[in-house]
Design a protein around this ligand. Structure first.
Ligand SMILES: [Mg+2]
Length: 409
């Protein structure tokens, strides 16, 4: 089989409300690039990447000369053709490679008539558990609803999500407000859900000492882990020396060099595997194997997703024997999806692993056109800017101002 063409379409799908994080805001919508890899046998493979627009479309078009004529089964050759480690000093294509790897796995699965998990060693579980990914949110611009700023709003939001989706693990994405205020919110959350698991992720924004202080204050709670408490392997190592909670990261161990460093000189206990950041599903499976050998924990990370990317996370979660934590997904914040049948459903906090050949999802062409049109209308937005705080951007650690928790918008 040969690849004959590649198409990339930028889409925008609305979120329930804008999601605040330590660097800025997801502005009430996700911008994603949907990738279609075509073959001479008529099989089309689907991929997805974060961000979009002309630059992403051009980047995929730029790979055409690498891809046309390539056999989608030759995944290792593809890895070196696109992400050769020394050539990558001049062109960072890890995330592009991930989207193409998803599409090639989709093609292989469709050709062989098997789900992608069968290509990865076979599934260990039929469904993957997810955490309620809790964000501080600005109100939705249209109706002024859905704000999450106070501890009361946070708990109400978590209860609502638990009722709708059945989550029993709660992740608080912090780093927005002063640490003492977020500590109050986290403690209130623990108080409201005494039976459930918790995790806190300030997105590396705390100083080492702030992180140690925060860590000491939450040590007795049901914490899965303390995610990216501060920046850098050396910073997290200092926090880990002082706080008795496992540390986790999706920022400082996202390739095999960093994984090796972390094993030789430990800083992070739980590695959050992201099918995009690591360059595909297969690198995540390989990394999980290394973690299994060295008894590091793993979980499935979310860098934002529509249904295609979610399918990659489900197939990954299905095949990892050492997956002992609920996965993260932004998915429940989305109002719609571009796959046939609409959004995938949660049951008791879990989503079923797709069973159809390949990734097991197909594009809804009407939805794709609708949200490509919305992208054209609204354009892209900078992930690292906050529309309500013009000109602001954080330092690491954030010494120039957290957001004001008394201020409503
Ligand atoms: Mg994180």
């Amino acid at each position: 089989m040969k690849i004959t063409d590649i198409k990339a379409t930028a889409v925008t799908v609305p979120l329930e409300a804008p999601l605040r994080h330590s660097n800025g805001v997801q502005w009430g919508r996700f911008v994603r690039t949907i990738v279609e890899v075509e073959t001479d046998e008529g099989i089309i493979g689907l991929g997805e990447m974060g961000g979009g627009g002309e630059s992403a479309t051009l980047a995929f078009q730029g790979l055409k000369s690498y891809l046309v004529g390539h056999d989608p089964f030759d995944l290792e050759k593809l890895r070196f053709a696109i992400t050769n480690p020394t050539a990558s000093l001049y062109n960072n294509r890890t995330q592009l490679h991930a989207a193409i790897e998803f599409a090639c796995l989709d093609i292989i699965g469709k050709k062989l008539g098997v789900p992608v998990y069968q290509l990865l060693g076979g599934k260990i579980r039929d469904e993957v558990e997810f955490a309620s990914y809790l964000f501080f949110r600005y109100p939705d611009e249209k109706n002024g609803r859905y704000e999450v700023r106070t501890p009361e709003q946070l708990i109400e939001h978590a209860q609502d999500l638990q009722q709708r989706y059945g989550f029993t693990t709660h992740k608080l994405k912090g780093g927005v407000f002063p640490p003492q205020y977020e500590l109050e919110c986290y403690l209130a959350l623990a108080d409201a859900f005494p039976q459930d698991r918790l995790r806190y992720d300030p997105n590396s924004i705390l100083s080492v000492e702030q992180a140690i202080h925060f860590g000491h204050a939450i040590e007795k709670l049901n914490n899965d882990y303390f995610e990216d408490p501060t920046w850098g392997l050396n910073g997290v190592r200092r926090v880990r020396e002082m706080v008795r909670i496992p540390t986790a990261t999706n920022t400082i161990v996202i390739n095999f060099e960093q994984l090796a460093s972390n094993i030789l000189n430990p800083a992070v206990d739980v590695i959050l595997l992201d099918t995009t950041f690591w360059g595909g599903i297969r690198p995540c499976v390989k990394a999980a194997g290394v973690c299994e050998t060295f008894q590091l924990g793993i979980a499935v990370h979310s860098s934002g997703e529509l249904g295609i990317q979610l399918a990659t996370m489900l197939h990954l979660g299905a095949v990892l024997p050492n997956l002992a934590f609920a996965a993260d997904a932004h998915y429940h914040h989305l109002t719609d999806d571009i796959i046939q049948g609409g959004k995938m459903e949660y049951r008791e906090g879990k989503i079923a692993v797709p069973e159809r050949p390949g990734l097991g999802v197909e594009l809804d062409r009407d939805k794709l056109a609708q949200y490509a049109e919305l992208y054209k209308e609204l354009g892209t937005y900078p992930y690292d800017r906050d529309p309500h705080r013009p000109g602001w951007y954080p330092l690491l650690p954030n010494t120039d101002g957290f957001a004001d928790p008394t201020r409503s918008y």
